[in-house]
Design a protein around this ligand. Structure first.
Ligand SMILES: Cc1cc2nc3c(=O)[nH]c(=O)nc-3n(C[C@H](O)[C@H](O)[C@H](O)COP(=O)(O)OP(=O)(O)OC[C@H]3O[C@@H](n4cnc5c(N)ncnc54)[C@H](O)[C@@H]3O)c2cc1C
Length: 323
């Protein structure tokens, strides 16, 4: 069993920022990431463009130069990968943390590859692992996906896109432009108000001109192999269908947080509790960082406003070590 002073769970942008800050302050640290470097970004749509401009995604003021003001996924992969490799950060990839238990003042961290002990832990596991399901029969069919990758796949196909936020709108527009016959299924009365201000008019115009079909105030009753049954305000409707992209958001792994013993509160106990000055949770020496801090409100934290967590956490750790 290996003792590391600080274990950081999750090698996303914020976990990496924590590792970099620890390294600069001579803290013995290890990042443990269950996938490749910045796994969530790696799994984003291949043509995805960030809504933040590149300087807002920078870690530790290391310049992020992109072709356009708002970088694309592959530029972000390049940026964060170079931070890890150029700074030779300690990161174990493709290693999943299964449990964190505290005994006396020491954390026991079990992964699918080994066991570690540490004095401090940062949980920076994001929210991209667990999709919000639509709970309709047929959701488990292979034609249904909660992750969108490449529009080429859907050319000449009847594609239903469920949802009305950024991910759903981007997918609908892109697939329509690559030759898919797109139908949007929207639970509410309109396209989401948080959709990027430069994209929202585009989708509304495509719907109004009939290039993309949209059903508002509509949910899915059942998904079948070649059709879907909709529940619309005018009653049930069956439409022909080849593929479904259910892009209805994602949720942090609350079960993992619960098992660690992190207090969750709020309606339905879905918001992790932490000290806003230090990011420390109710568990002494265990911190939260990055977008996971928002709990169910996954729109609260982004890279641009949570990258600061790294410095707050390392400052708190150094103060404890010194005192
Ligand atoms: C489509 C999309 C577009 C976005 N665009 C922007 C944008 O333009 N600007 C912006 O600021 N933000 C944006 N965000 C939000 C935010 O940038 C991302 O969610 C970002 O990845 C958050 O960084 P993070 O390090 O907190 O979490 P993540 O990047 O999600 O990193 C968490 C990491 O933890 C790993 N992990 C999880 N569980 C375990 C475990 N048990 N053991 C080991 N590793 C584990 C995961 O594999 C993952 O790599 C976007 C989000 C999405 C979904």
């Amino acid at each position: 069993m290996k003792h590391i002073d600080l274990i950081i769970i999750g090698g996303g942008p914020i976990g990496i920022a924590c590792g970099l800050e620890a390294k600069k302050n001579n803290i013995n640290y290890l990042i443990i990431e269950k996938g490749p470097i910045v796994n969530s970004l790696f799994n984003y749509p291949i043509n995805m463009q960030f809504f933040s401009s590149s300087e807002k995604l920078e870690i530790d003021n290391i310049p992020f130069i992109s072709k356009e003001a708002k970088p694309k996924r592959n530029e972000a992969l390049e940026y964060y990968r170079r931070i890890v490799t150029s700074n030779d950060l300690n990161i174990n990839l493709f290693e999943k943390v299964n449990s964190v238990k505290k005994e006396k003042e020491v954390f026991n961290i079990k992964t699918d590859k080994g066991t570690y002990t540490s004095s401090f832990v940062v949980v920076a596991t994001g929210f991209y692992d667990l999709p919000n399901t639509i709970n309709a029969p047929g959701e488990d069919l292979s034609k249904v996906s909660h992750y969108y990758k490449d529009p080429h796949f859907f050319a000449k196909q009847k594609l239903a896109v469920v949802g009305a936020s950024n991910s759903a709108v981007d997918a609908a527009l892109e697939c329509y432009r690559k030759g898919a016959e797109v139908t949007m299924i929207v639970r509410g009365p309109e396209i989401g108000q948080r959709v990027k201000y430069w994209v929202r008019p585009d989708i509304i115009n495509r719907i109004e001109e009939g290039s993309i079909q949209a059903f508002y105030n509509t949910t899915i009753k059942e998904i079948q192999s070649d059709s879907i049954i909709l529940k619309t305000v005018e009653g049930e409707k069956i439409i022909a269908n080849d593929y479904v992209l259910a892009l209805t958001g994602y949720t942090p792994n609350f079960e993992f947080l619960n098992k660690i013993g992190i207090h969750l509160s709020g309606d339905g106990k879905l918001y992790p509790q932490y000290n806003e000055k230090t990011m420390e949770t109710n568990i002494h020496n265990l911190y939260l960082a990055g977008v996971i801090c928002g709990g169910m409100d996954t729109h609260l934290w982004f890279i641009e406003n949570s990258r600061i967590h790294a410095k707050m956490i390392v400052k708190s750790i150094l103060e404890k070590v010194i005192s």
